[in-house]
Design a protein around this ligand. Structure first.
Ligand SMILES: [Zn+2]
Length: 463
């Protein structure tokens, strides 16, 4: 980032600051994240103490998306000619970094945006995220914040009042938050969120629709279970089609897509078409509509799946090219899940088989960082091994071998676990084991503290 002499926007004194005007994803994959976070060109004036954004023209370029955007803060009051004088050299700089076959026509027509927010929206739009989606997301977040802080007897009123905001995305967000709270052992938040979920299912339009899909899912599951452990494909298709023909409603269609997507193939549709042909006329039209809708729903699911994979591939690229891969992985940890790990394994395998050593090395580095980040910390590993130990002697050996991990915090963690087990937050069968472990860890820790430091070498000599 070039250091520049600029004038402080507040006191107009000259100061030197790192100012970035070209954000080229082709040269710096992190550039996109910088723009989206809004955390760039933040200056601090040593004269007057001003701290905040420095308004300056910006050029954003993403070669893969063929996106060239220019944002000139209106408060600068630059004329068209002045703007061109500024943009021209930056576009030249972009061109120089591109191989000739990638120098395409879009580079000749930079698109102007009027606000930083519309710049961010254009970037997200190129990823398939529209302005409407962003606004809906904002409304959901606001509602959730209110629900999380409101008194419990106000929840139903709040949900009814914001019936339109409670949609599929809302339910997805709440479910994800519940998972996150459980993972972080935040039982209080998890219970609160579950209460919200339960009330939203009962008291909102989308909730009742969701509820109908859940009921349909359970019904279909029951029907499939009744077929026994190894049904023939013929029986499966027959069961699915009969079940749908009984009631070709939207909840049943959605349940089919959610539960039996792999079975909705050519054979399925062929049999469904045969069934429609044999149906009495009064049923025919409804079944035909159901077939069209089913195709539509399947395509949506398929598209969403492909988008998710595409986004994960991009994340793998970005993370594997990060300068500090471990740090980048730590920041991305909240959304690194099983799917991400298996896609990464697949990509690594592909790179190796193709003999693309550079890429394989890069992905291996990312793989190691992900494994390291996902591994439980050593204290947790020690705790797991202690709880799995056969007897007191083995626990004692483990404690001695990892004495450096048995810190006051470790003892406190064990104390908290015992308390949680007593309150019923942990399985009851863990209680005696935790109590025993607690006694032994406290004893070990006390004895060690009592022992004079000089004792250690003489003990070694004796052994
Ligand atoms: Zn200043």
């Amino acid at each position: 980032m070039p250091s520049m002499q600029i004038l402080c926007p507040q006191c107009k004194q000259p100061i030197v600051a790192d100012i970035q005007q070209l954000f080229d994803v082709g040269q710096d994959p992190a550039a996109k994240q910088h723009i989206l976070s809004g955390l760039f060109n933040i200056i601090q004036c040593p004269q007057c103490g001003y701290q905040g954004p420095y308004p300056t023209p910006i050029v954003y370029h993403d070669p893969d998306k063929e996106l060239l955007l220019v944002f000139v803060p209106p408060e600068l009051g630059l004329s068209q000619h002045e703007q061109e004088k500024f943009v021209g050299p930056l576009v030249q700089q972009i061109m120089r970094h591109l191989p000739p076959k990638k120098r395409k026509a879009y580079l000749l027509h930079p698109q102007q945006v009027l606000t930083l927010r519309s710049l961010q929206e254009r970037i997200l739009e190129a990823d398939g995220i529209t302005k409407e989606m962003l606004e809906a997301e904002e409304r959901r977040v606001k509602l959730l914040q209110r629900l999380l802080t409101a008194a419990e007897d106000q929840l139903v009123d709040l949900l009814r009042e914001h019936d339109a905001t409670v949609d599929v995305g809302f339910f997805r967000a709440v479910s994800q938050l519940i998972d996150a709270a459980r993972t972080g052992n935040d039982e209080v938040s998890a219970q609160r969120l579950e209460k919200i979920l339960e009330l939203a299912l009962e008291h909102t339009t989308a909730g009742q629709e969701q509820r109908a899909v859940i009921d349909a899912l359970q019904d279909l599951e029951k029907r499939l279970t009744a077929l026994g452990p190894r049904p023939t494909p013929g029986d499966l298709y027959e069961t699915l089609i009969t079940w749908l023909a009984e009631d070709p409603s939207e909840p049943r269609l959605q349940a089919l897509v959610a539960l039996a997507m792999p079975l909705l193939n050519y054979t399925f549709y062929q049999r469904l078409t045969e069934r429609i042909a044999q149906s009495p006329p009064e049923q025919k039209a409804a079944l035909e509509r159901a077939r069209d809708r089913l195709l539509e729903l399947s395509q949506q699911v398929e598209k969403a799946f492909q988008q998710a994979v595409h986004a994960m591939r991009e994340a793998i690229e970005r993370l594997s090219r990060a300068q500090d891969v471990r740090k980048a992985v730590q920041e991305a940890l909240p959304w690194i899940d099983e799917d991400f790990v298996s896609l990464l394994a697949e990509e690594l395998d592909k790179a190796r088989r193709r003999g693309d050593d550079a890429r394989a090395q890069r992905l291996q580095r990312l793989w190691d960082a992900v494994q390291e980040a996902l591994a439980p910390p050593p204290e947790v590993q020690l705790l797991e091994r202690l709880l799995a130990a056969q007897d007191r002697a083995e626990r004692q050996r483990l404690l001695e071998a990892h004495a450096d991990l048995v810190t006051p915090q470790f003892v406190q963690t064990v104390t908290q676990l015992v308390a949680q087990a007593e309150q019923g937050a942990l399985p009851a069968e863990l209680r005696p084991a935790l109590q025993t472990l607690y006694n032994e860890v406290v004893r070990f820790s006390m004895l060690r503290n009592l022992k004079p430091a000089a004792d250690t070498p003489s003990q070694e000599k004796g052994a």
